[in-house]
Design a protein around this ligand. Sequence first.
Ligand code: MN
Length: 258
Amino acid sequence: MKIARFSHKDGIRYGILDEDELVVLDGDPLFAGYQPTGERVPVADAALLAPVIPRSKVVCVGRNYHDHAAEFGNVAPEEPLLFLKPNTAVIGTGDAIVRPTISERTEFEGELVAVIGRIAKNVRAGDALDHVFGYTVGNDVTARDLQRKDGQWTRGKGFDTFCPLGPVIETEFDPGAARIETRVNGEVRQQAPLTDMIHSVADIIAYASAVFTLLPGDVVMTGTPAGVGAVVAGDEIEVEVTGIGTLRNPVRDAAPAS
Ligand code: MN
């Protein structure tokens, strides 16, 4: 099933995508299960929002594809390299990524994202996927110059709008059979099978859950393949994972400080 969060008329609702309609649900299925209200809304009449607002954190893993680690002269780490983004960075498909005035270089990173559905603490890799509600698509937008300058990644990865998620959550997704592709203005810039990941989704969740409790609605971004690059105002970035959908975001510049 593909789960969408959307605004329609004056309310925010959840629904199951059924071809060109949304089967409206009573509440957030992450917490309320699947209770149809009986209403159906044409997708064309709805504005899709980020399918989840992380309750406490966006967990990310750096350098999780050999070819991406190599493109910056890094060796892929033996253990997952974890960092966090604030949930205030999250936007949905169609929303603009805003390039901060204090950065010279804003880059895209297309990534598969796991959405946590059950509390996970000290889970084993063999049990980790039981804690996943579903999967969506993400863009780990990065102010590359600030990431390098600071020596740690909070500022470079944490700006408002730097975590597009969407368009939907697929609850029956098999990462083993899917590919990720990122396009800028229609031109393919990143392309890889998800099996190229160094640390699997299960391994990342197990590793992270030994550090902090993962809550329902937290999300785990699983790293980006080679091909990352800078964008400028007016560009459109698309990240597509086969079987989930395409996350599409325009880029604009922040207004100068007044
Ligand atoms: Mn990343």
